[in-house]
Structures are given as C-alpha cells and as structure tokens.
Design a protein around this ligand. Structure first.
Ligand code: NZQ
Ligand code: ZN
Length: 388
C-alpha cells in the first residue's frame, strides 16, 4: 500500500543536445548580479565555461565567480562563497558542474542572508532557512547525484570530521536545470562509473525498505534495468549518446523525490559512505560501492523477499527451483559482477581508509531506522571491517 504523500517538484528541466541555449530565456527571470559557480577547471577545458560566459555577455549580466569548488565541498569553501555572494549583491546563482557544485550553490543560497552559522543551523541542527534564499539554476556536467532536481546539499567539515547532507525543501531546489548529455562525455571513466554507482545506490536506498506492493518500487526496477543496460554501453563506448542520455535521465529520476513517494527508505549505505568520505575525502560513488556489498549481504536475511524480487526483476535471475535465499544471493552476486565490470572500488582500504580510522568512521555514521535492520554500533564496525 502506498502511504499518503504530497508530490511537488518545482525544478524545470531542459534536456538534450544544446539545451544550454535555453539559458538565455531563463536568465531574463532574474536580476543582473549573477554568481557563477564552478569546480576545479573541467568546464574551462571542455569549452562549457566559454559558452556560458558568452550567454552572460549577450544578456548583459554582471558576473562574479566562485571557482575551485572541490568534490566534497567544504565548510571553509562555503564561507568563502557566501562572502563573495554578499559583496556582489547576488540576485541569482548559476552552478555549472557536477553534484558538488550544485550542492554547494544551494548551501550558499541559504547562507548569504543567514545571520547564524550555516554549518550549525543547517548541517547540525537541520533547520530550514528562515532568511531570503537566493535562487539557483544548474548546468549539469556530470550525471550521478540528482542534485539538479532535488533539495540535497552535502557539505564536509574536515575539522569536525563530518560529511553531512541536508535535504532542503522546494524553495531551495534549483529553479531550472540544463541537462546536455554531451557535456558528460568529457568525464574521466573513474568519475563516470562513480556516478553510475551513485545512481544505482540511490535507487537501492529507496527500494530496499518496506514489504508493500507499491508503484514506486516498480518504477525503481525499471530505472535500474535501464541503468544496467546503458552503463554497459557507456563503458564500452563513452561517446555513445544513447547510453549517456539514458544515464543522465535515470540519475535525475533516481533522486528527484519520485521513487520514495508513499514508502519508507533506507539510506544506510549513504550514511556509511559519507562517514568514509569524511575521513578519506574519496569520490562519493566509490565510497558507496566499497561498503555496499558487506551491508546488503548483512541485511539480506531481514528483507529476504525484496532481495529475491530484486534478483528476478532487476537482474533477470531465473526463479526456477530456487529458494528465496538462493535467489537473493544470486541477485547480489549479479550486482557484484556488474560492479566489477564497471571497475568500481570495492574496498574502503583502496580509498585511503586505514584500520585505525574504523572506530572514528563508525562514530561519524548516522544510524537511520528505515531499512530492514536497524544497525547498532557494533554491527557498523563489523560492516566497515568487512569492507576493508
Ligand atoms: O571540479 P572539476 O574540474 O569540474 O572536475 C569534476 C570533479 O573533479 C569532474 N567533472 C565534472 N564534470 C565533468 C568533470 N570532468 C570532466 N568533464 C566533465 N563534464 O568530476 C569530478 C567530480 O565532480 P563532483 O561534482 O564532485 O561529482 P558528483 O556529481 O558525484 O558530486 C558529488 C557530491 O555530491 C554529493 C556527494 O556527497 C558529493 O559531495 N551528493 C549530493 C546529493 C544530492 N544533492 O542529493 C546526493 C548524493 O548522494 C551525494 O551525497
Ligand atoms: Zn549518492
């Protein structure tokens, strides 16, 4: 049964080749002082930066920049962006990059006019903004997080050794996002595959929870099947537009508030992965890949029916003559071979985690109760050890 829910996603999307040409029309809706936010320079190498600045010029915008937003954007960087945004009297923020740049721009948008410390308010106390929010638009260059159509913003505080995400409401979600699959074609394979696993895991986090028959889970199964097919094609030929466009669209639907409607969700792989990220600064999707199988194999007995269904409906495992347990195992085996095929990192030790970090990572792992088994701290330590 589906529980009661509200579904409202205010983000407008422009999808496809040359979708950036719509930026001109969108910019008319906002004031002249624009803050352009981007990462470590990929947008300069692949020409996206030139294209965007040309559009700004045509529209007569007065542009300030925040460059160098790092993967896993930090609290210090957030404060730097807030300062620049204030000095510029920013009317509108344009994020051009991957999830980190989009997440970061949302964090700046709720902090520019905030009188309190944004880390404490949003990432420790999880409060909603009570100040004016600067509108954000995105030009996405990497498929994975779904940040282009959600309210999520993940910030890392190295001093506190915490990486924490706040899912903000409708007012903080991007006003529009521009998704041109061609823009993702310059991604290094490592990042492309990390993004692919991030997408897969977003769907799993929402799928592996609850026993009810509901439409959201059927949508999730379709999304996963599309992703498996298109990821194989993209690994074979990174310039395959069909594959890259399907991956990009799947990423958006995987985490734009749709497939969680009316059901419970898990999110423990992300809690573990984020804690690993706080200690290693490793690539988000790889932190998830490294903890996933030990986690799923551990909780499988508590959600056996769903894991058996996953094997059949997602991985095409034949149910003939198999018990639910055999099926469930076969499904996870199929996922494991696909993960290896994608070249994902399967151990946290390969991401820079060391044995002496385990207790700290366990402490930094937020325990949620929506999955098939509520973990205690000892179980978290065991899963982290099994991920080594
Ligand atoms: O910084 P540049 O030079 O642009 O390089 C980036 C970066 O090094 C590069 N890249 C991006 N697009 C490219 C490109 N390189 C060549 N060509 C392109 N077209 O890729 C690297 C990774 O970029 P990043 O934005 O960090 O990746 P991703 O999109 O995976 O974002 C990761 C961040 O999002 C958070 C993660 O925790 C992490 O901080 N998440 C946000 C979520 C949300 N908003 O809902 C949910 C996710 O679960 C996730 O936690
Ligand atoms: Zn993720």
């Amino acid at each position: 049964m589906l529980g009661n829910f509200i579904y409202h996603n205010p983000t407008k999307l422009y999808f496809g080749k040359d979708a950036v040409n719509s930026l001109k029309d969108e910019l008319k809706n906002y004031g002249d002082n624009v803050l352009l936010v981007y990462g470590g320079g990929s947008v300069k190498k692949n020409g996206i930066y030139d294209k965007i600045t040309e559009i700004f010029k045509e529209c007569g915008k007065n542009v300030a920049e925040v460059a160098g937003v790092m993967p896993n954007p930090t609290y210090e960087k957030l404060l730097e962006g807030v300062k620049i945004a204030k000095q510029h009297n920013t009317d509108f923020i344009l994020a051009v990059g991957g999830g980190s740049v989009c997440d970061y721009s949302k964090a700046v948008s709720v902090s520019v006019h905030c009188d309190e410390d944004p880390w404490d308010k949003y990432f420790i106390r999880f409060e909603e903004p009570s100040c004016e929010i600067v509108p954000v638009g995105c030009v996405l260059t990497m498929a994975g997080t779904g940040s282009e159509m959600n309210g999520g913003s993940v910030i890392t505080n190295h001093e506190a050794k915490l990486k924490i995400g706040h899912v903000f409401g409708d007012d903080v979600m991007p006003k529009f996002s521009i998704l041109d699959p061609v823009y993702t074609m310059t991604l290094p394979k490592y990042q492309m595959c990390a993004g692919i696993y991030d997408i897969m895991n977003h769907i799993c986090e929402q799928y592996f929870s609850g026993e009810d028959d509901n439409t959201s889970d059927y949508i999730s199964e379709g999304l996963m099947r599309s992703l498996i097919t298109s990821s194989r094609a993209a690994v074979k030929d990174p310039q395959d537009y069909e594959a890259r466009s399907n991956i990009m669209w799947t990423a958006t639907w995987a985490l734009n508030t749709l497939v969680s409607r009316g059901k419970t969700t898990d999110w423990m792989v992300h809690m573990l992965g984020q804690a690993v990220g706080a200690y290693t600064d490793a690539t988000h999707g790889m932190t998830l890949a490294a903890v996933s199988l030990p986690y799923y194999r551990y909780i499988m007995p508590y959600g056996l029916k769903k894991f058996a269904r996953f094997a059949v409906n997602v991985w095409g495992v034949s149910p003939d003559g198999k018990t639910d347990e055999q099926l469930a195992n076969a499904g996870l085996d199929a996922m494991e071979s696909w993960m290896k095929e994608m070249g994902l990192v399967m151990k946290i030790s390969e991401l820079g985690a060391t044995q002496d970090m385990i207790e700290g990572i366990a402490d930094a792992t937020i325990i949620l109760d929506g999955g098939y088994k509520v973990l205690d701290r000892g179980e978290i330590v065991d899963i982290l050890k099994a991920s080594f």
